[in-house]
Design a protein around this ligand. Structure first.
Ligand code: MN
Length: 268
């Protein structure tokens, strides 16, 4: 994870756009990370579609989800999702809340979301289902009150993904890269689970398979390979040449940044 604030804001903005570029987020949903040096704060964009989020949009919040500085922009109404999970889970450093299309049939039907392929194993063996009616009765289904966020965090418990009735999912990770991996491959697993059911009843991975495959996928090698790939796709979508390989090939020096300038067209 980044160790300074400027780098963290840049990386978090990128994670928002990257996960959106993979179809998990649309106009709604959001990605946050714990503050790189102050674990009692977290970083989250002002209210806008994640695909549009830039480093300048990233604001600081305390764990009660109050902005650290008086806000000059509209804030996400569901930020308590993030604050209450960071409060409950010191091991969680990044969170993605989304309403991805292939997750929603599970949120609507109550059918259990299960790992059915090796990459989907990163969701964990159990994906709890949170029904806001259990504690709060009929609501507009958004998670806007601290008590609602705390209830969702309790439902998540020690797991990594929680489904929210008629709403979407919230995914936690130890790092931004891990949360991107888990969110993207859980959504893909959901689509696969539905498609495979059309062919017949599908048994999920066994508990041991889920553990073995999940641990393998979440090692730095696979997570960073996927992160580089999704970054390259994002660069392409945003009209830039892929930068991950270029940085690897060229040492960071004045000469290489001059080289980039000559090739030109790279805007912040
Ligand atoms: Mn939502």
């Amino acid at each position: 994870m980044p160790t300074n604030l400027a780098e963290a804001r840049e990386r978090l903005a990128r994670a928002n756009r990257l996960i959106a570029n993979e179809g998990v987020l649309d106009a709604f949903g959001h990605v946050s990370m714990r503050h790189p040096t102050d674990p009692t704060r977290y970083l989250l964009s002002r209210s806008r579609g994640p695909e549009l989020v830039q480093a300048d949009d990233i604001l600081e919040f305390d764990l009660d989800s109050q902005p650290v500085k008086p806000p000059t922009a509209r804030l996400y109404s569901e930020r308590v999702i993030h604050g209450e999970i960071y409060k409950a889970r010191p091991d969680v450093n990044a969170i993605c809340h989304h309403h991805a299309l292939s997750i929603l049939p599970f949120c609507i039907s109550g059918m259990e979301l299960k790992p059915v392929d090796h990459l989907g194993a990163t969701m964990g063996e159990t994906v709890p289902f949170w029904d806001s009616r259990d504690e709060f009765g009929e609501t507009n289904l958004l998670v806007t009150k601290p008590a609602e966020g705390a209830s969702l965090a309790r439902a998540l418990g020690s797991h990594w993904t929680v489904l929210m009735r008629r709403h979407g999912a919230t995914v936690a990770g130890r790092t931004l890269e891990e949360v991107a991996f888990r969110a993207i491959y859980t959504v893909r697993n959901a689509a696969l689970q539905i498609q495979a059911h059309l062919l017949g009843m599908v048994a999920p991975l066994t508990k041991e398979e889920t553990r073995l495959a999940g641990d393998h996928n979440l090692a730095p090698g696979p997570v960073m390979r996927a992160w580089e790939y999704w970054n390259a796709r994002l660069d392409k979508a945003e009209g830039r040449a892929p930068r991950a390989r270029r940085n690897e090939a060229r040492p960071r020096s004045r000469a290489s940044s001059a080289g980039r300038k000559i090739r030109g067209g790279r805007k912040k």
